[in-house]
Design a protein around this ligand. Sequence first.
Ligand SMILES: [Zn+2]
Length: 162
Amino acid sequence: MKKLRYLMIHCTASRGGTAEDVVRLHRNVFKWSRVGYRIVVEQSGKKVVLADVNQNCIVEDEEITFGAAEHNAYSHHICYIGGIDEKGNPKDTRTPAQIKTLAKIVYQYVDEICPEVLVAGHNQFHNRGCPSFWVPTFCRQIGIDPKNIYEADPFGYSKILK
Ligand SMILES: [Zn+2]
């Protein structure tokens, strides 16, 4: 087990779908032994918990989900449905309800689950658009304490995404 370091935000890079579709893709198509995300936020704003956790700063082995290779042992992954335009390019497609739910989840982590956690986007770890918006900006917009905002930008997505 490791200390929880990152609350990492993702998108499904799909035009729609449900949390159930995510489970089917990861377990039945990819044949992963675990799902990729702990929580999925559907377009209605509904929060679907795919993997329960112990509500503290320790990531037990059985709590691990497969959201970002090499960073899973100390991360919790949350994901919203969407994140691409009709051509498949990265686009922030979050509905107002999804933004509200994502903010609520982030507040809960910072205020209750793990006050030292760093909130981050997948694109701060791997060179890909996911989650199609710049998470540090989002965190500032919703009033997250700067000490909880991960600022690293190794691939320059802060200049590409809003
Ligand atoms: Zn991702």
